[in-house]
Design a protein around this ligand. Sequence first.
Ligand code: ADP
Length: 353
Amino acid sequence: MAQSGTLTVSNASIAYGKDKSAVDGVDLSLSCGTVTALLGPSGSGKSTLLRAIAGLEALDGGEIGFAGEVWSETGQHKPPEARRCGVVFQDYALFPNLNALDNVSFGLNRLPRPERRKRAQQELDGVELGHRAKAFPHELSGGEQQRVALARALATDPDVMLLDEPFSGLDRRLRNELRDTTARALKDSGAATLIVTHDAEEALSLADTIALMTDGKIIQVGAPDTLYLKPTSLAAARLLGDVEYFDGDVIDGHLQTPLGAFDARAIGNATKARALIRPEGIAVGAGSSGGVAATIVERRLAGGHARLSCALETGNVVQARVELTNRVDVGARVQLSVDAHFVSVVTAGSAAS
Ligand code: ADP
């Protein structure tokens, strides 16, 4: 089991060229026993940050440390092998000439040989692959290869586990199955874990904490449901799913929108504000149910739900997500009402919103 402690990234920056930093003043804390997802679009700097924590990239500014010990700062750089860090790369990076057991035991060279094999076998059992110990990478499916890579990284009992898009090469069904095994193995390890992903669903289902990254910066950190329901900016909201938004001035502690007035007391009067509304929070009722009148202009299936495009009398069109059994069809006159749990009112107009 990993020791207790926290990996701390403070004001970390990495610039490949002169113009723009790939990682730009990032602060992040990862505690042992917790899983953090680093979620952001392609090119936002996620892998660069992961590589910096692993010691594969030097910092141009700031600091990375674990439990009070400096790992990276300008002019000082602990080599990767001196960090108690396990890494699962996107392509798994297994040794093609070694079987699964030997891949896992590779990093255990400090142990005597019989002990090494026993430990490697335990790690393979831990990811439900004990029976494939003799198989070579080319004989394993993508999902099995991922689990061997996970077992290899966990075998050294790291304090910090880093996974770069660990499910990206796999089909959706397999991904869902693997997520559970991976989440369990990571929890059992007690390591401070960072999973880099561009997949919101993956981040929401796997992580205790999500850090949202765009343009080299962390824009919000929090528990998955808090981030989903109370994003602090449109950019953060969009990283986690569909969102409707309306801008306006705060008057008497409220922001008036075409979908009704929302509490904006946390934002000063006469300030420009923005209401961010998740589609699941928009209930679609019968024509007489009370609410905001709308007409359904489109109905599409999305996952296990129906997505309804609803035209308001103001001319705005909003998306609502309803159960498939809610059989409202195109042309139906309906009433929309919004559940305030799915609304986040934030200050608008700033660069961050
Ligand atoms: P992500 O993992 O979020 O897709 P990356 O960390 O890979 O993002 O990349 C962040 C930015 O840094 C991108 O603009 C990318 O082009 C640039 N970058 C990444 N690695 C290098 C490199 N070795 N040399 C130059 N630029 C790089």
